[in-house]
Design a protein around this ligand. Structure first.
Ligand code: GLC
Length: 548
């Protein structure tokens, strides 16, 4: 029997939600779990299979929840544990899985563990953090937020010691070298699995496993801690998965996945993300071709997660200076659009000037790449950003549901962040309700495309080959897996192109057929002449072995 791909996450479409900006149910101006639950039918229609929630725990909220003060609770602004279980239940009813952020490299400095640790050397939590009696020599190295963070070690007046923090000063790093910390995080993970989550998006994974010493900038990497976490999780829930934020150099990728996908089975493909933006900026397929070809073969069961935009800036630090300059020039020319000297703090639709053909091409490109797509809320309707908000908040504005007060997000006069009300991307123009009625809208386009993607499991878990199109503008990828074979051809330029993709071995009777395209094309039976309009795309099925 031909088997379908076995791992659910290789065949998922993940949708990232910040609960506080998605839907407010009680009129206090802050989105909440009940509000999200009331919008599940929308997500079901959209065709996503899994939601990933940005942090939902109690927090002083100085880094949008990525500063946790209680791992076992729900931020009271968002609701209660009861509301969370209700959300899980309603997701179950619709076959939607839930993942949550696991932010365990650091806590908030307000976490009771840190508060206790700093008080006295006899505190049972003293050793849960990383201390130094004197200022470490490399205290100003390894900064993640240049311009907004002074160093990676800060002096604590109460403890009269220096403590380590990879991120902001108010996010002291946990000492993972202490087995008690690892045990506690095991409890945290077990708790949420028992609550019904299918897995976690792990924040800053490489930092979690580094052993830090004040006297040296060298770090010892403890991959075995990831094995232990994976073992523990999968004993508790066999199909649980970790999707990791691990922006690591090429030569470490396989270490992080683990030899049997038994460390971090899923990782965001940061390197490829930058090449995608370079390809879109330069209107050429070459950067993406090269990125796919340079990517190591990953173990069976492992999966990349692809994304265009997430809740952070686009990190372009992996590009050469001239490449980064081209992406900045095209997609973020103003200084205020850029962040941390490396990235762009805009959403996709605005970067692409609201050009529907380019936006759709960009998404088909994402869906054509090896791995599981992750989409950020609001991208499906083409929301924009508010550059008057600080740092990454520009792209964290409330969901625009309707042309109604506060975009239908809340009945409050003041909301957690202002709803974008004016201009080409304001809620009177860009909102879900109107796009649901409009067959030509971006939202309706997503409604059509996501089911097609899910009928093509080859994209998620097949073997990918980059085809030589003899035309730098056109990317062509072929995927083969036990369910069949598909071919994606995308014209990254804005001019028409015709490419020769013949011969393709293994085509069966009745194929190839177009399963998705930007417009009607002459039938694809002659693969020597595959036509593509400017920014055009086509997915061709070559064979189907299951459910033909
Ligand atoms: C990750 C998150 C980011 C956060 C940081 C610190 O990079 O994506 O939003 O600020 O971790 O937790």
């Amino acid at each position: 029997m031909t088997r379908m791909p076995e791992r659910w996450y290789q065949h998922a479409v993940i949708y990232c939600i910040d609960v506080e900006t998605f839907q407010d149910s009680n009129g206090d101006g802050v989105g909440d779990l009940r509000g999200l639950t009331s919008r599940l039918d929308y997500l079901y229609r959209l065709g996503i299979s899994t939601i990933w929630l940005n942090p939902i725990h109690p927090t002083p909220n100085r880094d949008d929840g990525y500063d946790v003060s209680d791992y076992y609770g729900i931020d009271p602004r968002l609701g209660s544990l009861g509301d969370f279980v209700e959300l899980i239940h309603q997701c179950d009813n619709r076959g939607i899985r839930v993942m949550i952020d696991l932010v365990v490299n650091h806590t908030s400095d307000q976490h009771p563990w840190f508060q206790s640790a700093r008080q006295s050397e006899d505190s049972p939590y003293r050793d849960w953090y990383v201390w130094s009696p004197t200022e470490p020599p490399h205290a100003d190295e390894g900064i993640v937020f240049p311009g907004y963070q002074r160093g990676t070690w800060s002096y604590d007046e109460v403890a009269e010691l220096w403590y380590h923090h990879r991120f902001y000063k108010f996010q002291p790093d946990l000492n993972w070298n202490n087995p008690e910390v690892r045990e506690e995080i095991g409890l945290v993970v077990a708790f949420w699995l028992q609550m019904g989550v299918s897995g976690f998006r792990m924040d800053g994974a490489p930092f979690v496993i580094e052993e830090v010493h004040p006297d040296t900038a060298d770090r010892i990497m403890h991959y075995e801690w990831l094995n232990d976490l994976h073992d523990h999780m999968t004993w508790r829930r066999g199909d649980a998965v970790v999707l990791a934020e691990a922006n690591v150099p090429k030569d470490q990728i396989l270490e992080f996945f683990g030899p049997r996908a038994d460390r971090l089975p899923m990782m965001f493909n940061f390197a490829e993300n930058q090449q995608v933006f370079l390809a879109l900026a330069r209107e050429t397929a070459v950067p993406v071709q090269t990125a796919i070809q340079a990517s190591p073969e990953i173990p069976s069961g492992a999966s990349w997660a692809t994304f265009l935009r997430n809740h952070d800036e686009i990190d372009l630090s992996g590009l050469r200076d001239s490449e980064r300059a081209d992406v900045f020039a095209k997609f973020g020319p103003e200084k205020e659009m850029q962040l941390y000297d490396r990235g762009i703090r805009r959403r996709l639709a605005t970067m692409l000037g609201g050009d529907q053909r380019r936006i759709r091409l960009a998404y088909v490109l994402q869906f054509s790449l090896p791995g599981t797509p992750v989409i950020r809320y609001g991208e499906e309707i083409g929301m924009g950003e508010d550059l008057s908000l600080p740092q990454r908040d520009s792209i964290r504005t409330p969901m625009q549901w309707a042309d109604a007060p506060q975009g239908g997000f809340s009945t409050a006069a003041e909301t957690v962040r202002p709803v974008i009300a004016k201009g080409e991307f304001g809620y009177p123009t860009v909102n879900a309700r109107e796009q649901e009625q409009d067959p030509d809208s971006l939202l309706r386009w997503f409604y059509n495309v996501l089911p097609v993607l899910r009928q093509c499991p080859e994209f998620g878990s097949g073997t990918c080959s980059v085809l030589d199109t003899r035309d730098d503008r056109v990317l062509a990828l072929r995927y083969d897996c036990p369910t069949g074979s598909v071919l994606a051809a995308l014209n990254l330029s804005t001019e028409k192109a015709t490419v020769n993709l013949a011969p393709q071995p293994g085509i069966t009777d009745g194929f190839p057929i177009d399963v998705l395209s930007d417009q009607e094309y002459p039938p694809a039976d002659d693969l020597t002449k595959v036509e593509l309009d400017g920014s055009g795309y086509r997915w061709l099925r070559l064979t189907r072995t299951v459910g033909a």
